[in-house]
Design a protein around this ligand. Structure first.
Ligand code: SF4
Length: 548
């Protein structure tokens, strides 16, 4: 058992639903108790789709458990096939159905349905949503391509066969799905980018594909693994079984987009255009297509340099964000982590490059604690981190699923490619206090409107207690009964009593977004030296000590 309040991912059958709903001509029969239809809302409300997901639930109730639930499964399958006439059928169970072991996939297999059938075995008690999506996509592609497998010993097709065939090279874009972060616009942006380089897109899947499209996958010269969480396993299988090379660089950020294009040109044996040639110490011509390099170099961005940023997201977006933050915006990454256990190795490697230890967890409270301890000035995360950052009074931008409805915007807002980098620049810088305001509040602390922690471009009112940059207790923590002192409160009180009035006055002069960090460092310094009082002098001694 694990006490859980918020969860980063749903159960694996929600991942399967994402695949079925992203596609056309696929139907999913889900053996599930009454009430599991809640998952429909993810698609009709968050993705704002005007269609019901292509899912038939068996919706068994308590009274059905005394009877023949297997018969209910067969009836549901028969009715779904007759009514929806799918081109491929997925059959699987939700968590509760897994316990009663009706084996709906095996039952469907014995029904002679005349439709390609995928029996989904998704262990709901050990795996989660992204794993469920990846497994479903892999099993579906495998089932549909069973008849197309090359005989053993067949030589691999050359990725430059397009040249002999007198056509343009073509690739598949694999991984975009509903409830993925900005997939709709990423696909448009990458398709456009490829077209500029004379590369066609053969199949985009699962988003918008039909089963017949999946059968065309091997006709492309390479696969682009846009979202490894969903398409990683299928790309590896296609590479092993059909000899299709995989482009694995995810084009989020300027450097990554350029690296993606270079990798793609290499794989397809295309001459690298002059504007993609690497230029020592500065962006290549192609990289100037985004405004991010100039915006981040312009003098207005100087105050961004060294801002302490904490990143927690799915592995793909966390790794991309760390690279953009450290290499393209000049931030200092002070925390990097992910809830994607399947890609933990990659996140650990990215963190190690930054001299950090990756935080791999799916407990948002652990993330919130780490965020507070890192004394971050900006948080890049999921909806969970947005809530945590709000409690801690920290600016935050959302960079990954899980997402709320506002992250499926009406306007064009990719994360990938040159335009994606523009969108990223705006959305990450927006929550920060603007340079002039930061400078003025640091100089004049007694304004009645532009008070400490105020961010006027966000329409901030008076700052919260947390606006001082010092951690605020989460409201979820129950208040102690009157008269009781918690251990944490006692420690806090003891530390606060160390501060003299002039020490506190000096501390108040420190800009609010680094004040929490300075307070902690000074207290640690005082404890280490056995100081009984923290006055202005102790504060400056600590400052000198830590800046050494
Ligand atoms: S079966 Fe699983 S998804 Fe459905 S309500 Fe129970 S725990 Fe939630």
């Amino acid at each position: 058992m694990e006490l859980t309040l918020w969860t980063y991912e749903g159960p694996p059958h929600v991942g399967a639903m994402r695949i079925a709903t992203s596609m056309e001509g696929v139907h999913y029969v889900l053996h599930a108790p009454q009430g599991d239809t809640y998952a429909d809302l993810l698609f009709t409300m968050i993705e704002r789709r005007g269609l019901r997901p292509p899912v038939t639930y068996t919706t068994f109730q308590a009274r059905d458990l005394g009877g023949d639930t297997a018969e209910l499964v067969q009836r549901s399958i028969r009715q779904a096939v007759e009514r929806f006439q799918p081109e491929a059928l997925l059959v699987g169970e939700s968590c509760t159905a897994e316990l009663i072991q009706d084996q709906p996939g095996a039952l469907a297999g014995g029904m002679n349905l005349g439709v390609p059938l995928v029996n989904l075995e998704l262990p709901a008690y050990s795996k989660k949503e992204n794993w469920g999506a990846a497994e479903t996509f892999y099993q579906l592609v495998r089932t549909l391509l069973k008849g197309e497998m090359p005989a053993p010993g067949t030589p691999k097709p050359s990725p430059s066969r397009w040249r002999q065939e007198g056509r343009r090279p073509r690739v598949n874009l694999l991984g975009p799905s509903l409830l993925g972060f900005r997939c709709r616009d990423d696909v448009l942006e990458i398709t456009r980018l490829l077209a500029e380089h004379g590369i066609d897109v053969a199949v985009v899947a699962p988003l918008g594909a039909r089963p017949a499209d999946l059968i065309r996958i091997p006709t492309a010269d390479a696969n682009v693994c846009l979202y490894p969480e969903v398409a990683g396993p299928v790309c590896s299988w296609l590479e092993r079984s059909f000899g299709q090379p995989v482009v694995r660089t995810v084009p989020i950020g300027i450097g990554a987009t350029a690296a993606f294009l270079r990798e793609l040109h290499g794989v397809l044996d295309l001459a690298l255009p002059a504007d993609l040639q690497e230029v020592e110490g500065q962006p290549s011509e192609a990289e100037r297509r985004s405004r991010l390099p100039w915006y981040s170099r312009s003098v207005d961005s100087t105050y961004l340099t060294g801002k302490r940023v904490f990143i927690f997201a799915d592995a793909t977006h966390a790794i991309a964000a760390a690279r953009i933050a450290s290499k393209e915006l000049g931030f200092q990454v002070v925390g990097l982590g992910s809830y994607s256990r399947e890609q933990a190795r990659e996140v650990r490697a990215a963190a190690a490059e930054l001299g950090l230890e990756a935080l791999i967890t799916d407990d948002y409270l652990v993330v919130e604690k780490a965020m507070g301890e890192a004394a971050a000035e900006l948080v890049l995360g999921t909806q969970m981190e947005r809530h945590s950052a709000k409690r801690l009074g920290l600016p935050c931008a959302v960079i990954s699923a899980p997402l709320h409805v506002q992250d499926v915007p009406a306007r064009y807002s990719p994360q990938m490619g040159w335009e994606g980098a523009n969108v990223i620049f705006d959305s990450w810088v927006h929550p920060l206090m603007m340079g002039l305001e930061e400078h003025l509040i640091g100089m004049f602390r007694h304004d009645f409107e532009f008070v400490d922690g105020h961010r006027s471009h966000l329409g901030d009112g008076a700052p919260t207690a947390a606006g001082t940059g010092e951690p605020e207790a989460a409201p979820a923590t129950p208040a102690p009964a009157p008269g009781t002192i918690t251990a944490a409160a006692a420690v806090r009180e003891a530390l606060e009593s160390l501060w003299t009035a002039d020490g506190e006055a000096e501390l108040a002069k420190i800009p609010f977004f680094v004040r929490g960090k300075v307070r902690k460092n000074t207290e640690a310094f005082a404890r280490e030296r056995g100081l009984e009082r923290i006055d202005a002098e102790a504060l400056y001694d600590a400052k000198a000590h830590f800046s050494r």
